[in-house]
Design a protein around this ligand. Structure first.
Ligand SMILES: Nc1ncnc2c1ncn2[C@@H]1O[C@H](COP(=O)(O)OP(=O)(O)OP(=O)(O)O)[C@@H](O)[C@H]1O
Length: 444
């Protein structure tokens, strides 16, 4: 990456309000220590160096439980380092007091003004850096993510951004009878056990190879399109293959007949063609956005989800599957460390976007060494810390990939009970049908 322009080269002179800075400092001096104590601006949020130093001193005094008035400031000037001490002059202190006496706005008003100007300056600096990023080297998706990170980091820390746990408690109590924003899974029994997909939740569906995790992932994604757009990252199948599976499920046509004409594929029947025709409009209108670009990374998943959310309400993010994600070029960490970071990022993505993130994962061979062959949470060991980050972990188990009876163990459920669900796998129409759900049933 080429060197970034020195942001200090920017002319930021117009993006500040020296009067507001002085008034706020004066209010801290004249209205008692509490005012300074409650402010959460950073000294660097003040544009003028003298104001920055004075605010830093006032904050220090308030933190030590001392008054923040003119006399105490004067008595403590020696505690400011020698280089900056000279900036806090007697005329400045007097001017701050005077403008504060004549001010007609509240402390909140002036602190908001100072914070807003600080944010504008950060934004201006970020714009220069982004412009340099755009001209530099790097994969374009990564660059977009870095640019987003720079924009996200521009907010100044101000008092009104601090929210206490009980701040909206009345709203919480009033909302107890309102319907939740969780949405059902395609299977009523499972929905009951895990209480549906919750916004901000990270859900892991894991299995040994060929048990059917993609079938489950796609069925879930198709179901969730009823509630909005779904961002579906597929590292194993192309969009065309997903089209075949989705058609098999929605139009109830044999998957084999949708793979094109060949001597070994079954032929499409007249009924099949009718069903496809009947469901063409539904297929075309599906709000399923497929990201099947090779080498997808966690950053590209985030980018995709954000772009999809601009089309309309995002209802979920689905990733098939965690182990196939690519590392950022040049990342030399162990696979374990990388996957650990990815699962953290996916949980953060769920919380940021306020949607469920459903991640498919492959289990290691641990289960094959057990007498009953049943997978356990520990079989996710190769998947970094996904077991800790996940809100719910669902483990699929069948004695053999060809077996139509597949069990799902809810092996972790942060907000509820564990349990077990029995499914019939209908591979030919790419679907799982729920037979029986058993909350509180042990797994293992
Ligand atoms: N045309 C078909 N007819 C019947 N069953 C099929 C058909 N295609 C796939 N299946 C079933 O689906 C299973 C594979 O499903 P899926 O691709 O979802 O598995 P997976 O767990 O994602 O596998 P992988 O380890 O390859 O990621 C196979 O074991 C098979 O039982």
């Amino acid at each position: 990456m080429t060197d970034l322009l020195d942001p200090s080269a920017l002319d930021r002179a117009v993006i500040h309000d020296p009067h507001a800075e002085k008034v706020l400092l004066g209010l801290c001096m004249t209205r008692g220590r509490r005012v300074a104590h409650d402010l959460t601006l950073n000294p660097a949020d003040f544009y003028t160096p003298a104001h920055e130093q004075l605010y830093g001193l006032i904050q220090r005094l308030a933190g030590e439980g001392k008054p923040t008035d003119l006399a105490t400031i004067n008595a403590n000037l020696a505690s400011v380092d020698q280089i900056h001490r000279g900036l806090i002059t007697a005329p400045l202190l007097i001017e701050c007091e005077e403008v504060a006496l004549g001010a007609d706005g509240s402390v909140a008003y002036y602190s908001r003004l100072v914070a807003d100007y600080a944010t504008r300056r950060h934004l201006s600096t970020a714009a220069v850096k982004i412009s340099q990023l755009a001209r530099g080297e790097g994969e374009v998706g990564e660059l977009v993510e870095m640019a987003r990170g720079l924009i996200d980091g521009t907010r100044s820390s101000i008092v009104s951004d601090i929210v206490l746990l009980g701040d909206d408690y009345d709203e919480f109590v009033a909302g107890l009878d309102r319907e939740t924003r969780t949405v059902p899974t395609p299977w009523p029994g499972l929905t009951k056990i895990i209480s549906g997909w919750a916004p901000g939740g990270l859900y892991v569906i894991a299995a040994r190879p060929s048990i059917g995790k993609t079938i489950v992932g796609l069925q879930v994604a198709l179901w969730l399109t009823r509630h909005g757009y779904v961002s579906f990252t597929s590292l194993e199948m192309t969009r065309r293959e997903l089209q075949q599976r989705a058609t098999a499920y929605i139009a109830q046509v044999q998957l084999g007949a949708l793979k094109g004409r060949s001597p070994w594929n079954p032929e499409l029947t007249v009924v099949d063609r009718e069903r496809i025709a009947e469901n063409t409009d539904t297929m075309k209108a599906l709000r399923l956005a497929v990201n099947d670009s090779p080498g997808a990374t966690v950053n590209s998943i985030r980018s995709h989800a954000r772009s999809v959310s601009r089309l309309g309400k995002l209802s979920a993010v689905v990733v098939d599957y965690l182990g196939l994600l690519s590392a950022t070029p040049g990342d030399r960490r162990s696979r374990y460390e990388m996957v650990t970071e990815w699962s953290r990022h996916l949980k953060t993505l769920a919380m940021e976007m306020q949607v469920p993130v459903i991640v498919l994962a492959q289990l290691n061979r641990g289960s094959t060494q057990r007498a009953d062959g049943r997978p356990q949470l520990s079989d996710l060991r190769d998947s970094g810390s996904v077991e800790q980050d996940a809100d719910v972990v669902m483990l699929l188990h069948a004695e053999d990939p060809a077996d139509r009876n597949v069990d799902m163990g809810i092996a972790k459920n942060r907000q509820g009970v564990l349990g077990r669900v029995e499914f019939t796998k209908r591979g030919e129409t790419a679907e799982f049908a729920e037979r029986h759900a058993m909350p509180n049933d042990g797994w293992g």
